[in-house]
Every structure is written in structure tokens, then in C-alpha cells.
Unconditional design. Structure first.
Length: 276
């Protein structure tokens, strides 16, 4: 499916993996809706994209005349039905919603039996609510809008209405001590990929999940430089932290490759996380 002249909804689009994906899709000619918390830098980032314009001017990829893409920020908590619906409506207002990338999430650590006692149930529930329930909330509302659009014809044959890309983590498979909530939430995202893809196939919508390893994100930036470098050396090859642009490039490829469906793709430099 072509990125150019489509509309993409990106949750967590104000920073990290989401911001890089928004830039990548915007540069390829897609209008982007950045859905993030109202306290985020989403509005400023949308203004930045609009002011700079796409690095690949509209129309150059396909040779046809298309409107210049737009970037819009919509404050939204992924666990809120009303706020996510508002973000979906904003995307539909820009054109055919064909791309959804779920990057919103939290990684609150916590041992079951920690120094301060038993892990509070609400801590576990909050991680599950945002990472898993929030992802599903976006999927269900975006899929309803996608299913109502006219199919796009692929250059290689066949029709598509859209693609939904979710974000899991290698913690879904190699969860470490202190990650029961995070691993469970990301494991759930990976586990629902295939049933979602099977169901939405009848609506010509693909569902794919990316499971990143250790990446340069705002969460990682809070660690000392020495700690970041130490984590990077644990990656077999390349021995460094992943870059948000590499996630964004994979997301763009998933959009363009119609045979990628129902799969969870590890993007991790072959790392397998140790117990701690």
C-alpha cells in the first residue's frame, strides 16, 4: 500500500518511536495525526513538521499531483474512548485513514516482592490498562473507520483498506525481573496480533506488531550515558542502542509490503534479555 496521499494516526506521536514514525510517514507524503497526552510536545512537533514540510515533496514518489501532507496534534489518552474517537475523527477529516501506528505506552518497573512490600495491584493494572487495553481501544475504533473507506488498489495486485501497526517489546518474550506488568502487557499485544489480523482480513485491513529491543527513547535518555552504553554493548550486532528512525523505517516497510500480516517482528539486533 502506498504511503503517499494517505492519512496516518500515530499514538505516542510526540516523542521517541512515535515521533520518528510520524516524520518518516510525513516525509513520504502522508498526513499525520499525532495523538499524545495534552502535556506532551505534540502541538509544537506538529507545527515543526508543517513548517519544515516533507523532505520528499508531495508527488515525487508516484509522479502524480497530490496535496501537500499536513500534521495535526490531537490530545488523547489511549485509554479514553472519547479522546481516541476524536483523534480518529480528526484523521478521517484529513482524508482516507489507512495507517495506524500504536506507540503510546509506559514501562513502570516493579517487583512482585519489592523493598517496599508487595507490588500494588493498581500499579500492575495501570500498565496493562495503558499498554494493552489502550492499544486495543485504538485498534477497534480505527478499524471501524478504516472499514468504511474505499479500498486502495495495490501496484502488485489486490486491494487494501489499511494497516495497523502495534508496538510490543522483546520483554514480551524475554521479560526481566521487575517487568511482570510490562511483559504481560506487551505479551498481550503480541498475542492479539494474529486473531486481529484474521478477523480484519475480511475488511482488507492488515495487523502487524513490532517488538523493539533496547532503543534510544525518552525513557532511555533518563539513564546515565555510561548505563546506556553498557546496555548497547549487550546487543550482538549492531552493538548499540536501536535508533527511532530504524523503527520508523520498519513501520514504513510494513505499510508498503502487503504480504506482511499477522506477524510480530523482533527489531532487536539479536539480543535476548537476561534475567536482570
Amino acid at each position: 500500500m502506498e504511503i503517499e496521499d494517505s492519512v496516518a494516526l500515530i499514538t505516542g506521536g510526540a516523542s521517541g518511536l512515535g515521533a520518528a514514525t510520524a516524520r518518516r510517514l510525513f516525509d513520504a507524503g502522508a498526513s499525520v495525526v499525532l495523538a499524545d497526552l495534552g502535556t506532551s510536545a505534540g502541538a509544537a512537533y506538529a507545527d515543526e513538521l508543517n513548517a519544515a514540510g516533507p523532505r520528499n515533496p508531495a508527488g515525487t514518489a508516484s509522479g502524480r499531483e497530490v496535496a501537500a501532507p499536513k500534521a495535526v496534534f490531537v490530545p488523547a489518552d489511549v485509554t479514553s474512548e472519547d479522546q481516541v474517537q476524536a483523534a480518529v475523527d480528526a484523521a478521517v477529516g484529513l482524508g482516507p485513514l489507512r495507517i495506524v501506528v500504536n506507540c503510546a505506552g509506559i514501562a513502570t518497573p516493579g517487583k512482585v516482592l519489592g523493598r517496599d512490600g508487595v507490588l500494588p495491584l493498581e500499579t500492575f493494572q495501570r500498565v496493562i490498562q495503558i499498554n494493552l487495553v489502550g492499544t486495543f481501544n485504538v485498534v477497534r475504533l480505527a478499524a471501524a473507520a478504516m472499514a468504511a473507506t474505499e479500498p486502495a488498489v495495490s501496484e502488485l495486485g489486490g486491494e487494501e483498506r489499511g494497516v495497523i501497526i502495534n508496538t510490543a517489546s522483546v520483554a514480551a518474550f524475554d521479560g526481566q525481573i521487575g517487568q511482570p506488568a510490562y511483559a504481560a502487557s506487551k505479551g498481550g499485544v503480541a498475542a492479539m496480533t494474529l486473531p486481529l489480523a484474521r478477523e480484519l482480513a475480511r475488511s482488507l485491513i492488515r495487523v502487524v506488531t513490532i517488538a523493539p529491543g533496547i532503543f534510544e527513547t525518552p525513557m532511555m535518555a533518563g539513564l546515565p550515558q555510561e548505563a546506556q552504553e553498557s546496555l548497547g554493548r549487550q546487543v550482538p550486532h549492531p552493538s548499540r542502542l536501536g535508533r527511532p528512525a530504524e523503527y520508523a523505517n520498519l513501520a514504513a516497510h510494513i505499510v508498503e509490503n502487503a504480504m506482511l500480516n499477522g506477524e510480530t517482528i523482533r527489531l532487536d539486533g539479536a539480543i535476548r534479555m537476561g534475567p536482570k
